[in-house]
Design a protein around this ligand. Structure first.
Ligand code: PXP
Length: 249
């Protein structure tokens, strides 16, 4: 059964829209945990557009589930991770001009430098996950880097037309199978919604789904605790053949 990591970057986005103190993502992390979040994920971006250093420091002290820090593979972020010591670091590609993370990390293209970084983080007791496309070359490079986890990029699946979704789901399923046969543990995320999450949650061996935007969007209507509770129910108990069933409300 997959667990649920809740990404709270968008809470910080609302705060940064006015550069004020509310809403505070640290308080909302607690509400997400009350709703059943198995982990809290934040992305500390180089340009600090949403999550701030102070948020990560306070979350380290207050999160009672697991703190997953998404970050770029840079010297600045490495120093922050080694100081704050989240439970997990997820390494992601980062482009200054992008609206959100676009595509997976090119692990094969920077294997040597990533292997060093993975080793230093894991040596400090921090779990490391690499955010990659479900591509055999990248997955083999992940294994070579020494990382224990991969997070499969589900953005292409999420954006696919209804007709193409089964093909993209098959890619994720095969990627998950290959990763596990290489000894890697498998998470997934990006672009997942209440409507499309179940087939991904049902992939054999899927450990954790990291989901942000759709949960924060629903939280505006029903509150964060309830929005997390509703997502957790889908992640824990996905329908067997949901791609061909009727959509849930
Ligand atoms: N996983 C990774 C690596 C991400 O970069 C993001 C977005 O920050 C997510 C998961 C969550 O994506 P979404 O907000 O679309 O649910």
């Amino acid at each position: 059964m997959a667990s649920l990591g809740v990404n709270i970057d968008h809470i910080a986005n609302v705060r940064q829209a006015r550069r004020t103190v509310e809403p505070d993502p640290v308080s909302y992390a607690l509400l997400a945990e009350l709703g059943g979040a198995d982990g809290i994920t934040v992305h500390l971006r180089e340009d600090r557009r949403h999550i701030q250093d102070r948020d990560v420091e306070l979350l380290r002290q207050t999160v009672r589930s697991r703190l997953n820090l998404e970050m770029a593979a840079t010297a600045e972020m490495e120093a922050i991770a080694l100081r704050i010591r989240p439970d997990m670091v997820t390494l992601v590609p980062e482009k200054r001009e992008e609206v959100t993370t676009e595509g997976g990390l090119d692990v094969a293209g920077q294997l040597q430098s990533l292997t060093g970084l993975v080793g230093r983080l894991q040596g400090a007791g921090i779990g490391v996950s690499l955010f990659v496309d479900a591509d055999p070359t990248q997955l083999r490079a992940c294994q070579a880097s020494g990382a224990r986890w991969v997070e499969l990029h589900t953005g292409t699946y999420a954006e696919a037309s209804w007709a193409d979704q089964p093909l993209e789901l098959a890619r994720l399923t095969e990627g998950s199978f290959l990763a596990r046969s290489l000894g890697l543990r498998v998470n997934a995320g990006h672009g997942l919604t209440y409507q499309n999450v179940e087939p991904v949650a049902a992939i054999e061996g899927m450990e954790e789904l990291n989901i942000g935007h759709t949960i924060v969007a629903r939280a505006l209507a029903v509150g964060l605790e309830q929005a997390v509770r509703q997502m957790k129910a889908l992640v824990q108990n996905p329908r067997h053949d949901p791609l061909f069933g009727s959509p849930r409300p």
